[in-house]
Ligand binder design. Structure first.
Ligand SMILES: C[S@@+](CC[C@H](N)C(=O)[O-])C[C@H]1O[C@@H](n2cnc3c(N)ncnc32)[C@H](O)[C@@H]1O
Length: 209
């Protein structure tokens, strides 16, 4: 079955508008904490960013070898304009990565992407990430989450998200679990400047077929 189209929302597909809204919501601080607390990138590592958008995370990374992939040609063009000297950006569908000549990576990131994908597609992305990791590598994801402890006001923002597959921590974890020996999840209600719940997955020890 061919992958379903990804839901878009007009003006948010314009890269500077997307980045502006993200900054207003405090996304820079969210990415900073995600990197510092969970990803801990080390200079010289090879980093693959699945669904990199306009590349907003690149300015927060140390001197790594960075490759960003995104479905949106507009975002890829914007990322190349802004960060082309810091890494390589390529249009690709993370649901169908098998066969891409990408090499192996110490760190694979996916920030705000899993909640755009149906279960089979998200599981395919996790499987592809498992296959692209170098020995000892990690796949780390960050997405909006559902939780009984979520601040009430978070529901208003989540309902407006372009992604229609916002899950609980367990919901995300069970999609990655078949592809990794170790999958840890962490739920945060305090990463953003606005009331919001995030789920982080930290996956390692790929279990390859
Ligand atoms: C919420 S944005 C996050 C962008 C970026 N990671 C960030 O943190 O700003 C979700 C991104 O996932 C990308 N995306 C969604 N489905 C995708 C797919 N199947 N393949 C590649 N990229 C995809 C979208 O184009 C968009 O850039």
């Amino acid at each position: 079955m061919s992958p379903q189209p990804v839901r878009t929302r007009g003006w948010l597909d314009i890269a500077p508008v997307y980045s502006l809204i993200q900054n207003l919501l405090g996304a820079k601080a969210v990415r900073r904490r995600f990197l510092d607390d969970y990803v801990r990138p080390v200079p010289g590592e090879r980093v693959l960013d699945l669904g990199c958008g306009p590349g907003d995370i690149v300015g927060l990374l140390p001197a790594v070898h960075y490759v960003g992939l995104d479905l949106s040609p507009r975002y890829v063009r914007a990322a190349r304009r802004r960060y082309g000297s810091h890494g390589r950006f390529q249009q690709a569908d993370v649901r169908t990565l098998a066969g891409e000549e990408l090499g192996r990576f110490d760190v694979i990131l996916s920030v705000g992407v899993m909640h755009h994908l149906g279960d089979d597609e998200a599981s395919q992305m996790a499987a592809a990430a498992a296959g692209l990791l170098a020995p000892g590598g990690r796949f780390v994801t960050l997405d909006p989450g559902r939780s009984p402890e979520a601040p009430r006001a978070a529901g208003w923002l989540l309902a407006r998200d372009r992604g229609h597959m916002i899950r609980t921590a367990d919901g995300y974890r069970r999609l990655a679990a078949p592809h990794f020996g170790s999958v840890n999840s962490q739920v945060h209600h305090d990463l953003a400047r606005v009331p919001y719940t995030h789920v982080v997955l930290i996956c390692s020890e790929p279990t390859l077929p």
